[in-house]
Design a protein around this ligand. Structure first.
Ligand code: FPP
Ligand code: MG
Length: 357
């Protein structure tokens, strides 16, 4: 059962520690979100502005090519939580907020995210994302390659419409970093110092860097000072680290119907993540090592490995690490005076640690 509290000055109920009231048995349940992100956005008065971003994305998805238009619209409509766009908008609200000044930075981050996921699903040959068929599976590999490029060009167009040239720099840096992260796999489960070093590099590059850029871009669009932009960037980076760790935890303990993709995917694909690294460090269990080293595990082997990782506390330790990042992220917001936007960013951090999809 999750622990709920109302964050100061707001009536938004958030989970402060998904496992703190856990039953005496150490098996971690998957985190349970107290409220949906949509509800959080509604309470932060952000829904209308996010709908404007959504309309802009759909408008941009049109193309003279019927094929590109169909595949782009399919991708935008499978768009997910729009968390990154919300971060850009909320960051701008910490300064002088004007939707026309920040909307392009908010759209750009979602377009970069869409480009990277279309390409990622192509590389991984994943057939579904968020419960919907992927572009390369619905059309073909060539279309997915082109649509990813198309989104990337659309993102560049949005950046060019943004009011502060630093925004282009933040997103360009993030895209470079994402690509570096994508090509930096975690290759070992031990020694744990090596495995952890690889894991943290990859995670900060492939996921957290775009959260960082979204926050910096939003703050720049809101006219923030360099110090404010740096502080918000740190918030985004720590939030992104926690977000990816929770993603990796959900691969062990998530509900695949809620996730929209099969659980145990990472183990099946030989992807080494934090719960596994911690579990191996705790037990030195050679079977856990073998399953990722040998590859192509059976369903039974995957299920047994998941059970072992959970039983030895690998998931619990990863959750504790995610909570540590969330604490740090919220700490960076102390740079800003209390406001509705600051509270919403705190609530987003609580949401990230408690999300179940
Ligand atoms: C998802 O990771 C993948 C990413 C966050 C980044 C993928 C980046 C590229 C393919 C490089 C191209 C980048 C751009 C900007 C065009 P995952 O496979 O671990 O997670 P998943 O389970 O969501 O697929
Ligand atoms: Mg993938």
């Amino acid at each position: 059962m999750a622990a709920y509290q109302t964050s100061p000055g707001t009536d938004v109920a958030v989970v402060i520690n998904p496992l703190s009231n856990a039953d005496p048995h150490p098996t971690p349940s998957r985190p349970v979100a107290a409220i949906s992100l949509a509800e959080l956005f509604e309470r932060a008065n952000l829904t209308g502005d996010l709908q404007a971003v959504e309309r802009l994305l759909l408008e941009r998805a049109s193309s003279r090519s019927e094929l590109i238009a169909a595949a782009s619209t399919h991708t935008v409509r499978s768009g997910g939580k729009r968390l990154r766009a919300a971060l850009a908008l909320l960051s701008a609200r910490l300064g002088n907020y004007s939707l026309p000044r920040v909307i392009h930075a908010a759209a750009a981050v979602e377009l970069i995210q869409a480009a990277s996921l279309v390409h990622d699903d192509l590389v991984d040959q994943a057939s579904r994302r968020r419960g919907r068929v992927t572009v390369h599976a619905r059309w073909d590999n060539d279309v997915a390659l082109m649509v990813g490029d198309y989104f990337f060009a659309l993102a560049a167009g949005e950046m060019a419409l943004s009011p502060d040239p630093r925004i282009i720099g933040y997103y360009a840096q993030a895209v470079q970093t994402i690509v570096e992260g994508e090509l930096s796999p975690v290759t070992v489960v031990e020694p744990s110092e090596t495995a952890l070093g690889q894991y943290y590099f990859k995670t900060s590059a492939k996921t957290a860097s775009l959260f960082e850029a979204a926050c910096k871009a939003g703050m720049a669009a809101g006219g923030g000072s360099e110090a404010q932009i740096t502080a918000l960037g740190r918030y985004g980076l720590d939030l992104g680290m926690a977000f990816q760790i929770i993603d990796d935890v959900l691969d062990f303990v998530g509900d695949e119907h809620v996730l929209g993709k099969p659980a145990g995917n990472d183990l099946r694909q030989g992807t080494i993540t934090l719960p596994l690294i911690y579990a191996v460090a705790r037990t030195g269990n050679p079977q856990l090592r073998t399953i990722v080293e040998r590859g192509h595990p059976s369903d039974g082997e995957v299920a047994a490995a998941i059970a072992e990782v959970v039983a030895v506390g690998g998931v619990e330790a990863a959750l504790a690490e995610a909570r540590r990042y969330i604490g740090q992220a919220i700490g960076h917001l102390a740079e800003f005076p209390p406001s509705g936007a600051q509270r919403a960013l705190i609530d987003v951090a609580h949401f990230v640690i408690s999300r179940n999809a």
